[in-house]
Design a binder for this molecule. Structure first.
Ligand SMILES: Cc1cc2nc3c(=O)[nH]c(=O)nc-3n(C[C@H](O)[C@H](O)[C@H](O)COP(=O)(O)OP(=O)(O)OC[C@H]3O[C@@H](n4cnc5c(N)ncnc54)[C@H](O)[C@@H]3O)c2cc1C
Ligand SMILES: *[C@@H]1O[C@H](CO)[C@@H](O)[C@H](O)[C@H]1NC(C)=O
Ligand SMILES: *[C@@H]1O[C@H](CO)[C@@H](O)[C@H](O)[C@H]1NC(C)=O
Ligand SMILES: *[C@@H]1O[C@H](CO)[C@@H](O)[C@H](O)[C@H]1NC(C)=O
Length: 602
């Protein structure tokens, strides 16, 4: 993985003390131990719930977050410093995946933000919602029309605030204003600095319009084609759930946030109509520290993400009986689906050697260049560091005549949804942790990701110790469809790279994917694949009364009373999007499902 050389030093915080009133760092600072709602995880989704529920001044809210404050973490502000935020930093959970049999037994880090804002404070800031057919499929799976696109998209206006790009360029034809909100909470913008290869990407959509058409805007539910990236960036700075939703709420007297606090389990507090009810949350700052218990009068909201949420459920005795009994955890709600049905977008880098002059590789190698770019950002919030790392991406389908469809039904969300994604990087990028970037030369990354995987994995407890990492097994590329589709993405990337637009630029494939033989491509993929970090499904929604699934369509935990789950884990399958946008829409919809007011009124 690339990491700007100087930036690494900057990851340490600027350390000004927090001015935020109700942001506590030690349990003894908490003014009370009973709230209407206790939210576990001040992440991407958790901060949306904290912000929306606290709009009613009668409702009291406590948010418990394991990580540190995002304030003063400069790498979480400057968009292009994002590669220094994870893995294995003070802002990351430092998870790794179990050895992956579909990837030659390899293991690698699975990044997750451990900081206010959660993964929205460390992600690559691509912001989109997915295909309309993703939401229509969720509505069909859950048998709840409240999840269909027409219903969910109403929340875009509340959520999104589309702003001009950092460089103020003319954005005509780069997005469709009618698809976007201008008055919502999270700022979103088009790329804030142009790159020399931008015109080649656009030219490719004219050279090969059948296979790689231009898409003016993926934000309206139509994702097919390639277009300009929209990112959670405003004025050259990251826009996360902490800098937006939480910032709007933190000075309200009814919101308290406790940092550095690891939730260890939810406690059963009684039985209501024969169903176990949960109203208390136990937490501690570290393994040997004393634990504290707080109570939620109305509900506990679990927003600990696709790994943290199933881990906490399992530790609380909600999960598969055999797994819990094997670890000596008393079973309170038997549910074989907790932690299962994990799915994720698999990534292959597809790097090309290119002629010098247009790529950004020198920036990563030359400290003087990097310092100049950083100085420019510090002075003006502009320049190359004001953008995230890609200006173009797109979504595509496999050919409808692909042989795989004679044996396997199409796993895409629908006929207008994609099977794979292309991301264009104007420099050498390979997320494999042991990869060593070359010291010379210029490169182009045409990264491909599997959007409609059929492999399913799991999160299970490794131990009853709540501070031990769970076993994370995404089970990548273990179905015939997944390896077939991934192979076709590499072939499609080679067709993209063969367009006239690249003829005087690309020299040769740099990775080991020149051969077109199935076996050679499979070997390359199994050797190189990693992830886009879009894990979902580990506490999936399913219809009310279904034999499977973890939450009902109203996000309440099945077979329990008092717990709702609001985060990426409830999505039944990965959407046609990078996942923060879908998580924001899930959270905005969830906020509408809570009854207004305080328990005191009842
Ligand atoms: C490196 C990386 C790059 C990505 N790039 C993009 C991108 O460009 N665009 C995009 O759309 N998506 C991207 N994603 C994915 C996206 O950020 C996530 O899908 C999304 O943010 C998940 O939101 P969440 O609310 O489910 O979880 P999170 O945002 O991860 O929030 C979970 C929160 O719960 C806290 N927590 C967990 N366990 C406990 C516990 N026991 N006690 C207390 N607190 C706890 C965590 O610290 C965290 O703050 C990326 C992710 C990563 C890691
Ligand atoms: C992750 O690793 C970094 C670097 O070693 C360390 O500073 C940080 O505390 C670790 N985080 C966790 C949650 O263990
Ligand atoms: C996984 O999801 C499918 C639906 O997509 C469901 O039929 C199956 O029962 C689920 N498995 C578990 C263990 O929850
Ligand atoms: C490239 O792929 C071929 C065919 O699978 C394999 O034999 C060779 O070892 C690979 N080379 C590298 C550098 O990975």
């Amino acid at each position: 993985m690339v990491a700007p050389p100087i930036a690494v030093l900057l990851v340490s915080c600027l350390c000004f003390t927090s001015s935020l009133a109700a942001l506590y760092t030690e349990p003894r600072q908490l003014p009370r131990h009973t709230y209407d709602y206790v939210i576990v995880g001040a992440g991407n989704a958790g901060n949306v719930i904290a912000s929306r529920l606290s709009e009613d001044p009668r409702t009291s809210i406590l948010v418990l977050e394991a990580g540190v404050s995002n304030e003063g973490v400069i790498a979480s502000v400057v968009p292009f410093l994002v590669p220094t935020l994870t893995p294995n930093t003070p802002y990351d959970w430092n998870y790794t995946v179990t050895p992956q049999k579909g990837l030659n037994g390899r293991t690698f880090p699975y990044n997750r933000g451990k900081i206010l804002g959660g993964s929205s404070s460390v992600n690559y800031m691509v912001h989109q919602y997915g295909s309309s057919e993703d939401y229509d499929k969720i509505a069909e799976i859950t048998r709840d029309s409240g999840w269909n696109w027409d219903s969910v998209k109403r929340n875009i206006d509340k959520h999104e605030k589309f702003v001009p790009p950092a460089d103020g360029h003319d954005t005509t034809g780069q997005y469709i204003p009618a698809n976007h909100g201008t008055n919502g909470m999270l700022s979103v913008s088009l790329p804030g600095s142009s790159q020399l290869i931008d015109s080649r990407v656009i030219a490719t959509t004219r050279d090969l319009p059948e296979e790689f058409p231009f898409n003016e805007d993926m934000g309206g539910g139509d994702v097919l084609g390639i277009g300009w990236v929209q990112a959670s960036i405003a004025d050259g700075q990251r826009s996360s759930s902490a800098t937006t939703y939480l910032a709007a709420a933190i000075n309200r007297p009814n919101v308290h946030v406790l940092l550095n606090t690891h939730v260890t389990k939810l406690l059963r507090t009684g039985t209501i109509k024969g169903v176990p009810s949960f109203r208390s949350v136990e937490f501690a700052s570290k393994l040997d520290a004393p634990s504290t218990i707080v109570t939620a009068r109305r509900e506990i909201v679990l927003s600990a993400g696709s790994i943290g949420t199933p881990q906490i459920l399992l530790l609380s005795g909600i999960g598969p009986r055999d797994e819990l009994e094997g670890l000596g955890i008393p079973v309170i709600v038997e549910n074989p689906s907790v932690g299962k049905n994990l799915s994720d977008h698999v990534l292959v880098p597809n790097i090309f050697h290119v002629k010098d002059g247009e790529s950004l590789d020198a920036l990563f190698r030359d400290p003087t260049l990097f310092k100049a770019a950083l100085d420019e950002w510090m002075e003006t919030k502009r320049g190359i560091l004001a953008s995230s790392i890609t200006n173009h991406l797109g979504y595509f389908r496999l050919s409808s005549t692909s042989s795989i469809f004679s044996t396997i039904s199409d796993p895409a969300s629908g006929p207008k949804a994609s099977h794979w994604e292309l991301m264009v990087a104007n420099f050498y990028i390979n997320p494999k942790p042991d990869d060593i970037p070359p010291e010379t030369g210029s490169y182009l990354g045409l990264l491909s990701a599997l959007i409609s995987p059929t492999s399913r994995g799991s999160v299970t407890l490794a131990s009853a110790d709540p501070f031990a990492h769970p076993l994370i097994d995404p089970n990548y590329l273990t179905t015939p469809f997944d390896i077939f589709a991934m192979r076709e993405t590499v072939r499609a990337v080679k067709r993209f790279a063969a367009a006239d637009a690249w003829k005087d630029y690309i020299i040769a494939a740099f990775g080991n994917f020149s051969s077109d033989a199935d076996a050679d491509l499979d070997a390359y993929i199994r050797d190189e694949a990693s992830t886009v970090y879009h894990m979902v499904g580990t506490a999936s929604m399913s219809p009310r009364g279904a034999e499977w699934g973890v939450v009902d369509p109203d996000l309440k935990v099945k077979g329990a009373e008092g717990i709702r789950i609001v985060d990426a884990s409830v999505l039944p399958f990965p959407p046609n999007a990078h996942t923060q946008g879908p998580v924001y829409l899930v959270a905005e919809r969830a906020a509408e499902l809570f009854a207004p007011g305080s328990m005191d009124d009842l």
